[in-house]
Design a protein around this ligand. Structure first.
Ligand code: ADP
Ligand code: MG
Length: 848
């Protein structure tokens, strides 16, 4: 029997049951079942003493004597209670059913082996409905081993698939395949970590001989699981590094240096310097950068991003920052414009609320390269937004964007149009010097091209736009400095239709020059006359098809004219991801961390207060406002109960308005149902200091920077997640003054909510908070991990098994250093297991 066989090959598994096992547990093949592990074991190998019992020991086996049996009346009927003791203590055995029969069977003062689930109440232990066996009987029987208990569902149990049945399936399977189970690790790794063999590990994970064997088996399987994931991620990273080319920013030029010398308003922290170095190394390497920058709120990521962008500019490229909200994009725009004041750099902003006319202007400036830095929201992702040569894309607050959106940024250069500026300049200058008059005419003709569409162009476009040729063409598109009629960016094919200006010898010469330059820039140019197109369009499309076919072979990706490269990507996030998790989720990415706050920051003082303390909180607010400070009051807005939340917000606003009356106090309000322009207006009033209080929902969570705001009050704080609370608190503590965060809650707190609030009061360290968050919520709920598929772990747990993870990762690194293709004979086990796994792996690539 092979492991790839469907589970119907297992004795007793009918097609019906197989379907059920698949829909309920995802089990399809024998291999799936073999790797479907028990979630606990019934341990009948160990005996406990009553004194040793812990409130958490779930199932226990004890030897002792029953000294007394009595019936105790209760609300409905009665229960049978036996006093049970051993040399160390006393406990109770309890029955609610079958009392009469049991009472008669129980033997007083005879040694019994008792087994069952332990209950604990007021320091006293009991076992309801225990299994009981006289020691004399017990000794006659074969000793039972640890028994596996498999995860199950109600539907399965109702359909008769009991745990006992599952056990027989697995047992049958193991008998069939045991001898054929292949070792998947090298002898060296097995020796180094004293691992159990794969075969024994699988056997013992299902049917352990002892606790000790079980631990060894689990350790081995966890190591293996994490090891192969790391191997895949690391190999992907290796391939990205060597296969995906990136633009080379070799110059640290005027923009960077001038800014650094004359405009930088403060010294960079060491952490900022280190990260900048890491980025510079990446962008100079010739490989594509795909880097995650983690830094707590207020750690100063923006300035690092700006310097990276200046590096791009110095090398003839454009740069962009994409932010998740309009407010944040605006803040970046203001901050960046401010910092770059006096430098000759054009910065603009593109968001959903930018008017058409301005939008067109931006599109044009982007395509001709006069706009250097564009900041925006997801409006940047629209197809119309095309850069002349985008060198770096920076994504702020990563978790707000979906994977697909991020992937789109890769294509922003209409791939092959991403020519390094110098290349174009160099080629053009050469021709201009060599043939000045033709060159001039060429430029003039270009202007006319822009103006009108001819009938022939229209006819051809009808053909091209339907994608009959399987290829996407763009029309009237900018390539280097030229506007071409049609271009397929992926095939680097330009199609031009000669209009009425192509009659004289000079004009034809100018067209030839144009073709020559474009060819040198790595494009294939084909030309048709008006007559050809109008007269025989079939013939024209046939020629294009042929050309596409030819170009297939002749233009390997990314080699000609330095074109076809995606921009470098820097993803910035203020939601720290614990190291171990980052390793398993982003193992194929490079990670930079700013782990140091700018000097002079005072830690935000955080307290937890109950709703009944609101009056004193208001008094505190008044005092702070008296000192000239500003205050945020934030309400939760969680989708399911939006209407109710909205009411809470409005009630809160009213009550604050009553306690802080105009004209002495001015209040801003911002929430999700407002129009962007209104939001912006209210926000600006607060930023300018016209209002002292900002009442808001979590829309202000991300990035807002008002240094004078020093008090953050969070209403119903028990309803927020930890990372959200941390983000919100990050809005204050940005200026020189002592800042405060007050977490208001009701008295009713779930244990988890309590832990969250306590954690917030205890620490301001984003990484510590992230660790707690991970423990509370499990890795699946941490932002950004859901899509990755990496956390579909069968046996390991990235939180609990972080030590094994680190060991597995280091082992994988060492292995790849020695044998990156796994071609050495001693690694053949690893290789074949790796190949087998990569067939089904869904680890996702390329984009952070
Ligand atoms: P975040 O990492 O949350 O995006 P920002 O980039 O907005 O942080 O920086 C927060 C504040 O700290 C800004 O006002 C910025 O000007 C300031 N800042 C950044 N780096 C430094 C530094 N090295 N020294 C002093 N202030 C700094
Ligand atoms: Mg920021």
């Amino acid at each position: 029997m092979k492991l790839s066989y469907p589970i119907t090959y297992i004795k007793g598994v009918s097609v019906q049951r197989a379907t059920l096992l698949y829909t309920e547990l995802g089990l399809k093949t024998c291999n799936d079942l073999l790797n479907f592990f028990p979630f606990r074991y019934i341990d009948k190998t160990a005996f406990y003493k009553i004194k040793e019992l812990q409130p958490n020991s779930s199932e226990v086996q004890i030897v002792g004597k029953i000294t007394r049996v009595k019936s105790v009346a209760q609300k409905r009927g009665s229960r049978l209670v036996a006093t049970f003791q051993d040399a160390t203590g006393t406990m109770e055995l309890v029955w609610f059913k079958g009392q009469k029969w049991i009472k008669d069977a129980l033997k007083i003062n005879e040694p019994y082996v008792v087994y069952g689930k332990l209950n604990h109440y007021n320091g006293f232990f009991s076992i309801p409905h225990p299994e009981l066996e006289l020691v004399t009987e017990y000794k006659k029987k074969l000793q039972t081993k640890m028994q596996p208990v498999y995860p199950s569902t109600e539907r399965l149990t109702n359909s008769g698939v009991s745990n006992k049945l599952m056990r027989t399936y697995v047992q049958y399977l193991l008998e069939q395949v045991f001898d054929g189970i292949q070792e998947s690790l090298s002898q060296e790794i097995i020796n180094d970590f004293k691992l159990m063999s794969k075969r024994d590990a699988l056997l013992n994970a299902h049917f352990p001989k002892s606790q000790e064997n079980l631990a060894k088996a689990q350790n081995r399987l966890k190591f293996e699981e994490l090891f192969f994931i790391q191997l895949q991620l690391l190999r992907k990273k290796l391939i990205n590094k060597t296969k995906i080319q990136g633009f080379i920013f070799e110059n640290v030029g005027e923009n960077f240096n001038t800014f650094y010398k004359d405009h930088l308003p403060f010294d960079l922290t060491n952490a900022q310097k280190r990260v900048l170095k890491e980025i510079r190394k990446d962008v100079a390497s010739g490989a594509h950068m795909n880097r995650l920058l983690q830094g707590d709120v207020g750690s100063g990521k923006t300035i690092v991003a700006l310097l990276a962008m200046l590096l791009a500019l110095d090398n003839g490229f454009q740069a962009t920052i994409m932010a998740p909200t309009e407010i944040l994009a605006n803040q970046h725009f203001i901050a960046v414009s401010e910092l770059l004041k006096g430098m000759n750099i054009n910065v603009d902003i593109l968001t959903g609320s930018v008017k058409i006319k301005k939008r067109r202007e931006i599109h044009a400036n982007l395509e001709d390269g006069t706009l250097h830095i564009l900041i925006g929201t997801h409006a940047l992702l629209e197809d119309k937004v095309k850069f002349k040569s985008l060198g770096i894309a920076i994504i702020d607050e990563q978790h707000r964007f979906g994977v697909a959106q991020r992937a789109k940024l890769w294509g922003k250069n209409s791939p092959s149009l991403a020519l390094p500026k110098e290349k174009g300049i160099e080629v053009r200058n050469r021709y201009e010097t060599a043939r000045p008059s033709v060159y001039k005419l060429m430029k003039e003709l270009q202007k006319d091209r822009k103006k009108q569409t001819t009938e022939a162009e229209q006819i051809l476009w009808e053909q091209l736009k339907t994608k009959k040729l399987d290829i996407k063409f763009r029309r009237q598109h900018v390539v280097d400095e030229f506007i071409v009629d049609f271009v397929s960016t992926s095939k680097r094919l330009i199609i031009e239709v000669d209009g009425k200006y192509h009659n004289t010898k000079e004009q034809i010469e100018a067209d030839e020059l144009r073709t020559q330059i474009l060819t040198e820039l790595g494009f294939k140019v084909i030309r048709f006359t008006n007559e050809e197109v109008i007269g025989n369009i079939e013939n024209v499309t046939k020629k294009i098809t042929q050309e596409l076919h030819n170009s297939e072979k002749s233009l390997p990706f990314g080699e000609v004219g330095g074109a076809s490269l995606p921009p470098h990507i820097l993803v910035m996030t203020a939601t720290p991801i614990p190291r171990t998790l980052a390793m398993s989720v982003y193992g194929d990415l490079d990670i930079s961390v700013i782990d140091e706050l700018p000097p002079g920051r005072k830690e935000v003082k955080t307290v937890h207060r109950f709703d009944s303390n609101r009056l004193s909180v208001f008094k505190f607010m008044r005092d702070e406002i008296e000192k000239g400070r500003q205050v945020y009051v934030v309400y939760p807005l969680i989708q399911e109960s939006e209407a109710m939340d909205y009411k809470d917000l409005m009630d809160g606003y009213e009550s604050i308005s009553r306690d802080f009356p105009t004209p002495k106090y001015q209040i801003s309000i911002v929430h999700g149902q407002m129009k962007p322009a209104d939001k912006e207006h209210e926000m600006q009033r607060f930023v300018k200091g016209e209002t002292q209080i900002m009442v808001a929902t979590t829309v202000i969570e991300v990035g807002v920077n008002v240094p004078n705001a020093s008090v953050m009050i969070i209403e119903s704080s028990e309803r927020f997640g930890l990372s959200q609370l941390h983000q919100l608190r990050g809005r204050v503590g940005r200026g020189a003054d002592q800042s405060y965060c007050i977490l208001l809650s009701s008295y009713k707190l779930s244990p988890e909510a309590k832990t969250r609030l306590e954690t917030m009061v205890e620490t301001t360290d984003g990484f510590k908070i992230a660790e707690v968050d991970l423990k509370l919520r499990g890795p699946g709920n941490i932002m950004g991990t859901q899509q990755s598929g990496v956390l579909d772990l069968k046996i390991a747990d990235v939180v609990r098994d972080s030590k094994i993870l680190v060991a597995a990762r280091n082992t994988a690194i060492a292995l790849l250093q020695e044998d990156s293709n796994l071609s050495k004979p001693e690694n053949k086990n690893i290789k074949s297991a790796y190949l087998e796994m990569s067939k089904t792996s869904k680890i996702w690539s390329n984009i952070s």
